[in-house]
Write a protein that binds this ligand. Sequence first.
Ligand code: HEC
Ligand code: HEC
Length: 475
Amino acid sequence: MNLQRKPSLPASANQDGRSSRRASHSARRIIVAALALLALALGYLTLHPEHAPAALADRIADLTGANAHPIKLMRPAQAPLSGLALLGREMFNDPSLSASGKQSCASCHSADHSYGPPDGRSVRLGGPNLISEGLRPPPSLAYLYRQLPFGIGPESAENDTPASLSQLAAQGAATLRAAKTAGASAAAAAAIVPQGGLFWDGREDTLMAQASGPMLNPAEMANKDQAEIVGKLLHARYRDRFGALFGPAIYGNPDMLFAEAMSALSRFQIEDVSFHRFDSKYDRWLEGKARLSPAELRGLKLFNDPAKANCAGCHLSAPGADGLPPLFTDTEYEALGVPRDQHLAANRDPNFHDMGLCGPLRTDLARQTQYCGMFLTPTLRNSARRGVYFHNGVYHTLREVLDFYNLRNVAPGRIYPRDASGKIAIFNDLPAAYRKNVDFADAPFDRKAGAPPPLSDRDIADIIAFIHTLDDGTR
Ligand code: HEC
Ligand code: HEC
């Protein structure tokens, strides 16, 4: 539009001059109004990029850190704790249930650390004198509410005769494994793989079956047998609750009392919202209620980029179609070949190897050697709050973990020690025969030695910034 006023003509043109001035006045007003509207619209769209046309929405989101496609997350329903769960909470925090009298579930699964270990020790001490060392760091107990029983998938059709784990494993061995690529549909990756279950090796299926494990484990709460635990429960300060919940007959029925006690521990973990808060900055970003900083947003993109970090290939970052918040694990098992933790007491024996699915703690898959070295993919929610990483606790910072992912293939000399002959001891925590199980298919593990690392220092800092947005209660 031409805003230039024509030079006004003398006398006779007076009338014309006034009307042209009026015209240009109103033109200016229209422009000012249009600019104001545009500014308002832009302001509105920076707050709500989801209402902009798709292409523009993504640009605005990039600039502002807002989510261009917010959704409503389906969180587990909240209700006051049942009587059973309240009993479970007492037990969870009760050190008198251990042989030492000093250790409760909470000693190794601290509520302030998302029910993971309270400090950076690689493994915990337990036993009657608190000097027996465990093999693995305690996982976080949060976000297990959707964990399915252990299986070797895909799920068999309902009317099939259930195949044994070994049959399934044999089938799985014959099927080519689908590479895991961030962003690929779950169906594409539905190969026959071990998945689900509790513990680093999936050897227990339900929180209820699991609960007696630590109570009886000689390196943990170290009770002799069920009778010893029942004896302690009968003297606990909350013993009256058993009668109130189940009737007085329960005091004369140790099997029933024990079963109800284990179920109480499980109810506490399922019902108490502190185990599945879903109130991280990332959750609120998914809902369009928080913005990521430029570093966090770059980190998220690298995390999801199948050609770069590809973390989301296994640590799923996208909500389910039904709005289920992502758990940052596909609950499948992988052999990453993490270095041996030389500080563990068990590892002083060079012939000892913790091989996850194929043993020694798990025994039913010992002959399925194609699974040796495989461990459950843990959630990355609240991972930044942990002081210990991987199944053997070999790393203590996220930077070390990211260096492992980045350099394992391209510069193994920076990850593994050298053996006596000076050779780099690659995959030194697995017997040589099983090193072929280690994942070379999925990025960032698909590069050759000497190739440039997939991630720069800045990329790594950005991914770590993003992982911090997965901490519960972050703003
Ligand atoms: C001495 C430390 C210690 C104590 C005490 C302890 N745990 Fe654990 N917990 C662990 C370790 C270590 C693991 C992982 C073990 C493995 O993978 O073999 C674990 C695993 C678990 C798991 C499986 C988590 C997952 O992600 O698969 C649950 C559930 C659990 N513990 C609950 C409990 C309960 C309930 C109690 C109290 C009755 C308890 N723990 C007491 C150390 C402990
Ligand atoms: C191929 C699947 C896969 C990919 C890709 C992957 N992870 Fe993992 N991640 C795992 C498995 C399996 C473990 C446990 C391995 C073990 O302890 O031996 C793990 C463990 C971790 C842990 C330790 C958590 C804990 O509680 O101990 C962190 C942190 C982590 N991954 C971050 C990442 C990041 C960041 C990326 C991207 C650079 C990534 N992962 C890519 C499968 C994967």
